[in-house]
Design a protein around this ligand. Structure first.
Ligand code: PGA
Length: 258
């Protein structure tokens, strides 16, 4: 299970340090649970130097290499700053900052080439769902950014399904809606790669996931954790999500052993 927090453009540098200290004072994550936090980019290098009890993620990366690209930062720069994971294809970037499928595919490749892990986001709008094209939409996003990747890079790919209508809205996909899309993504990965690859890729759910609904969402067969926005801003609520993932991880280990 992976619980990944995306702070978006929130928190002062001091607030980020306070969170890190509060989280570090809590017990270690339960067995089988990985934790990641993606703070705003200006804090990455300092957080990368601190001994933090979570993986460090970036919320964005340049689609270019080094050179005369004012304001951009490359995947290699992130790697050199202690970043391990990079979120690519978030709907807020697709919709507001020109990250179309081509740019997203380029960013995914650059992240993997730099040796980092990518958290690739996909998801449909409310209109897509209402017009019954949500599966097509999500699978097409996967096709354009993931299909061309070499099989050996797939162990550094995480897929986050984030229905746009559920992000920051308080609306959450039902367990059935989450599970059926995750199963479709898993099926697509099986076709595009193979059974072992499809099984090993963590599929995260994102969209108003919070302590009150995490147990049910994480318990879905094809949900392997969450990409968390609002509920990742407070150490206690984020910790509660980590605990929820721990309960599911333990239950899955017991089921496998029996
Ligand atoms: P939310 O954001 O949890 O605040 O809905 C999720 C995301 O955008 O990753």
């Amino acid at each position: 299970m992976l619980v990944a927090g995306n702070w978006k453009s929130n928190k002062s540098f001091n607030e980020a340090k306070e969170f890190a200290n509060a989280f570090a004072a809590m017990p270690a994550a339960p067995a089988g649970v990985e934790v990641m936090i993606a703070p705003p980019a200006p804090y990455l290098a300092a957080m990368g130097e601190a001994q933090l009890p979570f993986r460090l993620g970036a919320q964005n990366v340049s689609a270019t290499g080094p050179g005369a690209f004012t304001g951009e930062f490359t995947a290699e720069m992130l790697a050199g700053s202690g970043v391990q994971d990079v979120i690519v294809g978030h709907s807020e970037r697709r919709d507001g900052f020109g990250d179309d499928d081509k740019v997203v595919a380029e960013k995914v490749s650059r992240v993997l080439d730099a040796g980092l892990r990518v958290i690739f986001c996909c998801g449909e709008s409310l209109q897509d769902r209402q017009t019954d094209v949500h599966f097509d939409k999500v699978l097409r996003q996967l096709e354009s950014a993931v299909l061309h990747l070499p099989a050996e890079a797939m162990d550094r790919v995480v897929v986050a399904y984030e229905p746009i209508w559920a992000i920051g809205t308080g609306l959450t996909a039902s367990e059935d809606q989450a599970q059926e899309m995750h199963a479709a993504i898993r099926g697509w990965l099986r076709e595009a790669f193979d059974e072992a690859t499809a099984k090993s890729i963590p599929l995260l759910y994102g969209g108003s996931c919070k302590p009150a609904n995490a147990d049910q969402l994480f318990a879905c067969e094809d949900v392997d954790g969450g990409l968390i926005g609002g509920a990742a801003l407070d150490p206690d609520s984020f910790r509660a999500l980590v605990e929820a993932a721990g309960r599911v991880s333990e239950a899955r280990q017991q089921a496998e052993a029996s």
